[in-house]
Design a protein around this ligand. Structure first.
Ligand SMILES: *[C@@H]1O[C@H](CO)[C@@H](O)[C@H](O)[C@H]1NC(C)=O
Ligand SMILES: *[C@@H]1O[C@H](CO)[C@@H](O)[C@H](O)[C@H]1NC(C)=O
Ligand SMILES: *[C@@H]1O[C@H](CO)[C@@H](O)[C@H](O)[C@H]1NC(C)=O
Length: 516
């Protein structure tokens, strides 16, 4: 009997350890990013953790009994007032984009910290969490919740890291090799690209140090109180940073152990299509070109010129075109074009009749295309899309077109090339095989690392030493100075000694001469 009691005690202890309290703050009002986080918070709650999330895109699924969602959707419009779609366009210089992304983050932080439901959580010293997940989208403001609530923080990004994140984690990020994701460079940089990349790097370090981080610090103090370390320190205290940078699609790079590369978190096995869609795709005997610009760049907002070029090119193609178009009326719609306001993209891409995917090449869409083995015609608009399109073309899984200059003929040729030339399909299938060949599935990896942080109350033991030394030490400037100083002293001493010896010599020669 005693044995059983002991067993019961051990079992209940084990299960209480397994059920943790997790807070998630996913502030940015963009669907594609949120789809990655939604998968994560859903899975954590299904595994029995008690999960509370603050998000503009709640799942609102009553079956998720261990999940509490604080709905921030009412604030999305005010967060978007900076014109997210507009300023992220590629013609905007990168040094004007960064301040605007920060501005959205300031607004999001104000909105979230002012939410009455959320105040009851973060302003209550009885609230205890085992770990806090925070969306990483360049601003560190929300990381301050970790200090306030005494819990380790994990940053979760649905794209690669930007210069500031790598810096805060102490991760090597030389501008000679790894350009910023907001710059359209990839692979081996040319002299000019390295020049721009370096200037940008220096500018950003100044901007962060003297403008952005002080402002983030101010906002956090306004709501969480003055008893807090400086934001620059808080940012360096992340337990882990999840990034969507797999070395299959992005150039391989060294990472410190606290950066966890993840991918495909939002991808689910294909589900059956709605009946009408299934019929359309089954009956398209010449194949289907799927066209979607994702959730941030919407087709209804495209310039008239582009719409006309697309319609003309589509009308001369033998394929059925399935176009995610967010309105009922597409002016000048050719007969082989079918428009739908919304489409289950992952399931559509899984249909065998899909020949090619015209995409803005957002990272999530690109991962889906690779996962389903559908070659890409990249048409980048904003953020990291230009860089992604460049990668798509370089690794031969598709081609890129420029939406501002593309002509009907160019577009037609690009689509025919990708749909008919088998090499793109072969390359993307090869890439998929590489991407899927992982030690553990990405979701398992993410959950394991989150639970690791919970078990060990942070990852202090994994902290990169780079974080705690100054740039003078990092670049060995002090050592260089000492070496230079010692060499100068030695050279000067030798010079002096030689001079003295020569003088002596002269003196003796003179003396000797006199004596003679
Ligand atoms: C809720 O959490 C409990 C443990 O805390 C777990 O046993 C249960 O399966 C979870 N239910 C759902 C639907 O997630
Ligand atoms: C760093 O994180 C730990 C938890 O992992 C927390 O206890 C500590 O207060 C944090 N320190 C700073 C300076 O944010
Ligand atoms: C948090 O609580 C304190 C007192 O308990 C109060 O003075 C403060 O205004 C509260 N903060 C917010 C953001 O409501």
């Amino acid at each position: 009997m005693d044995k059983y009691l002991l067993l019961l005690l051990v079992l209940s202890l084990a299960s209480s350890l397994q059920c943790a309290r997790i807070l998630g703050v996913f502030q940015m009002p963009t669907v594609s990013h949120q789809s990655v986080f939604q998968s994560l918070w859903k899975e954590l709650s299904l595994r029995g953790h008690d999960v509370t999330v603050v998000t503009p895109y709640p799942l609102k699924d009553p079956r998720l009994v261990n999940l509490t969602e604080i709905d921030m959707s009412y604030a999305s419009d005010s967060m978007k007032r900076h014109g997210f779609q507009f300023f992220m366009r590629k013609e905007f210089a990168v040094h004007t984009k960064i301040p605007k992304i920060f501005a959205i983050n300031y607004d999001a932080a104000d909105a979230i910290f002012s939410n009455t439901e959320f105040i009851k959580i973060y302003n209550n010293s009885n609230e205890k969490f085992d770990v806090i997940l925070v969306q990483t989208y360049i601003s560190p403001i929300m990381y301050s919740l970790g200090y306030k609530l005494g819990a380790p923080v994990i940053g979760v990004a649905s794209m690669g890291g930007y210069v500031g994140s790598h810096y805060a984690m102490g991760n090597p990020n030389p501008p000679s090799l790894y350009s910023e994701m907001f710059l359209p460079y990839n692979g081996k940089l040319t002299f000019y690209e390295r020049f721009c990349s370096t200037l940008y790097y220096i500018w950003l370090r100044f901007y962060l140090t003297f403008v952005a981080i002080p402002r983030c610090d101010e906002i956090a103090r306004k709501y969480l109180g003055n008893d807090m370390p400086y934001m620059g320190e808080i940012e360096k205290n992340l337990s882990l940073l999840f990034l969507t940078t797999n070395p299959i699609f992005y150039p391989p790079r060294p990472t410190v152990p606290t950066i966890i590369p993840l991918q495909r978190l939002h991808i689910k096995p294909p589900k059956p299509l709605p009946k009408d869609l299934q019929t359309i795709l089954d009956n398209a005997k010449n194949g289907v070109i799927f066209f979607s610009l994702g959730s941030n760049v919407q087709s209804v907002n495209m310039p008239d010129r582009l719409r006309i070029v697309l319609n003309e090119a589509f009308s001369e193609l033998p394929y059925t075109i399935l176009w995610k178009y967010e309105s009922v009326d597409l002016p000048g719609k050719p007969s082989n074009v079918i428009i739908k306001k919304w489409l289950p993209q992952q399931d559509v891409l899984a249909h065998p009749n899909i020949r090619a995917f015209i995409s803005q090449t957002g990272l999530q869409s690109t991962e889906e295309a690779i996962d389903r083995g559908v070659p890409i015609i990249g048409m980048p608009f904003i953020a990291d899309q230009s860089m992604n399109t460049r990668v798509v073309a370089e690794i031969g899984i598709g081609v890129g077109v420029d939406y501002e200059t593309v002509t009907k003929e160019e577009l037609k040729n690009a689509i025919i090339e990708v749909a008919e030339n088998e090499k793109y399909k072969r390359n993307i299938e090869k890439l998929r095989d590489l991407m899927l060949d992982e030690q553990v599935p990405p979701m398992e990896k993410a959950i394991w690392w989150i639970e690791y942080v919970i078990r060990h109350k942070g990852t202090k033991h994994l902290r990169s030493p780079t974080v705690d030394i100054s740039w003078i030490e990092y670049f060995l400037i002090d050592i260089a100075f000492v070496v230079l100083l010692i060499s100068t002293i030695i050279i000067y001493s030798i010079y002096k000694i030689v001079k003295v010896l020569r003088n002596c010599n002269k003196a003796t020669v003179k003396k000797n001469g006199k004596n003679d």
